[in-house]
Ligand binder design. Structure first.
Ligand SMILES: CC(C)(COP(=O)(O)OP(=O)(O)OC[C@H]1O[C@@H](n2cnc3c(N)ncnc32)[C@H](O)[C@@H]1OP(=O)(O)O)[C@@H](O)C(=O)NCCC(=O)NCCS
Length: 172
């Protein structure tokens, strides 16, 4: 399943993973034919790039927390939690977004990363989370379903799923 020496986990973005992050994200952009321009600030000043992504930050008009999924020195992908929904996010975007960089795909990482992300959602006090994914995104659809996603009404080309979170320890 995996040739990783360590079990992957979600961590705060860290400057220690500069090379692995840039290698993985660049490979992802190239594989998908996307520009690497968004990585320019990271190349220029990685410490500042990381600092902007640690802790709670504002994006899409809501507080967000970002995590990197890492195994030892290997950066595998990232997951972002939007602490609440706007009317727009309630249609497209939802509470959680994620990606696994191309070199690490199809090894079950996204399925396990979302599972770990749902625990973080619980810690943030969410009872249920919305995820949306393009109707043709079979991989993401499977990731969501494997984590208990229940299909709600669609929005355009986007399918919308709710995941009800288990009560965490000590909340009974
Ligand atoms: C979606 C994504 C996160 C999946 O990452 P991954 O680590 O490859 O996912 P997993 O290995 O956990 O695979 C999950 C399931 O999808 C299947 N799968 C993976 N890639 C697939 C593909 N390209 N086509 C069809 N099925 C695929 C796997 O076989 C697995 O199926 P199973 O649960 O029935 O065994 C990754 O493809 C990605 O980052 N895509 C671009 C960003 C994106 O779409 N993010 C989600 C936005 S909603």
């Amino acid at each position: 399943m995996s040739d990783l020496a360590e079990t992957p986990r979600l961590v705060q973005p860290t400057a220690a993973l500069r090379d692995s992050f840039l290698t993985g994200e660049r490979a992802d952009c190239l594989a998908e034919g996307r520009s690497t321009e968004w990585l320019a600030p990271a190349v220029e000043d990685f410490d500042a790039f990381v600092a902007e992504r640690r802790g709670v930050f504002l994006r899409w008009g809501v507080p967000c927390t970002g995590f990197w999924y890492v195994a030892g020195q290997d950066y595998l992908g990232m997951l972002i939690i939007r602490h609440r929904l706007t009317p727009e996010l309630a249609e497209v975007g939802g509470h959680v977004g994620y990606h696994v960089v191309t070199p690490w795909r199809r090894r079950g990482h996204a399925t396990r990363m979302l599972s770990a992300g749902l625990l973080e959602c619980r810690r943030l006090g969410l009872d249920r989370v919305l995820l949306t994914c393009g109707r043709d995104n079979e991989a993401s659809r499977r990731v969501i379903l494997a984590n208990g996603g229940v299909l709600d009404r669609p929005h355009g080309d986007e399918d919308r799923f709710w995941i009800t979170l288990d009560e965490g320890p000590g909340t009974a």
